[in-house]
Design a protein around this ligand. Structure first.
Ligand SMILES: Nc1nc(=O)c2c([nH]1)NC[C@@H]1CN(c3ccc(C(=O)N[C@@H](CCC(=O)O)C(=O)O)cc3)C=[N+]21
Length: 286
């Protein structure tokens, strides 16, 4: 068997970003510059890579960006007051409040407070509801990036069996809905699934988002299946590992994403795409 294709999320991101940069140029002629605000409460170290990569993307694409770093002991009222200010600020079209928030702050209260039109994470209940219904909405970034990566493998999604491992609100659930929207037959597995390898082995497309380093080995994989690894696990040696045991799985799978360089860069690219879209809509251009 020939070696599996490695899906180059970094390169695909670059291609999409070139298109976004062109649109930003066009928009600037109409006096609009997409603006993104990121709110970081406390100093979760895992957040830093993400915020750094996001700032770089904003800079490279000519977006306006603000990062608000609040101390870990900020009150919920303080965070809500900042969100309210950003909701009203015309230079900002996208607001992302980095999760997880410190335990004393209710994530739901904060997400609910973000203006629906500026919710570039796609986490607000109105955007989630529209996703479920199939109406137009700002799509959550990682799930949107996953679909884009699958489409670019050239493998048809329609009619295929997709298995999603993980049922979180930010990845597993929305990815399942988007795959279903693409006419896949979708099975969701999770921590209580009793015969997971057996089910996963039926997948033509396997999306893994469980948060356990290298858990999915070749015994979960049908030969030739598309493998999308959403995992981001920081190992003790400081390296990043996915949820998929890349070395063993790539020997039998079809196209497979690496970590890093797979889904991660796409998440940021989709955030930029959402911010561009929000800027156009808020400016009455689309
Ligand atoms: N409201 C909110 N929205 C999020 O989208 C969100 C969040 N909170 N909290 C944290 C997670 C994590 N996350 C990442 C996205 C991309 C990379 C990324 O760019 N990874 C690169 C680089 C990794 C590296 O070099 O260390 C890669 O996979 O190749 C990392 C992490 C978004 N998150």
């Amino acid at each position: 068997m020939t070696a599996a294709t490695i899906i180059n999320g970094k390169q695909i991101s670059e291609e999409i970003r070139e298109g976004i940069a062109l649109e930003v140029q066009q928009l600037s002629k109409q006096g609009v510059r997409p603006g993104l605000a990121v709110v970081l409460v406390g100093d979760d170290p895992a957040s830093h890579v993400y915020v750094r990569n996001k700032e770089k993307a904003c800079h490279d694409l000519g977006f306006y960006s603000e990062v608000h770093r609040l101390p870990a002991d900020s009150s919920q009222e303080e965070v809500l007051a900042l969100v309210d200010k950003l909701n009203k600020q015309s230079s900002i079209h996208g607001i992302l409040v980095q999760l997880p928030l410190p335990g004393h702050i209710q994530e739901k209260a904060v997400i609910d407070a973000i203006a629906v039109e500026k919710d570039v994470d796609g986490f607000h209940p109105v955007n989630v509801g529209n996703l479920v219904i199939g109406d137009d909405s700002l799509l959550p970034c990682t799930p949107a990036g996953v679909i884009e990566l699958i489409k670019r493998t050239g493998v048809e999604i329609s009619g295929k069996h997709a298995v999603v491992i993980g049922r979180s609100n930010i990845v597993g659930k929305p990815v399942s809905l988007l795959l279903q929207r693409e006419n896949a037959t979708v099975t969701m597995c999770h921590s209580r699934t009793s015969n997971m390898p057996e089910i996963a082995k039926q997948a033509d497309i396997l999306v893994v988002a469980i948060g356990r380093a290298n858990m999915i080995d070749a015994s979960y994989v049908k030969p030739g299946a598309v493998i999308i690894d959403v995992g981001m696990n920081r190992l003790e040696n400081g390296k990043l590992a996915g949820d998929v045991d890349f070395a063993s799985v790539k020997e039998i799978s079809g196209p497979i994403t690496p970590v890093p360089g797979g889904v991660g860069p796409m998440t940021i690219t989709m955030l930029m795409k959402n911010t561009l879209l929000a800027a156009k809509r808020l400016s009455g251009i689309e």
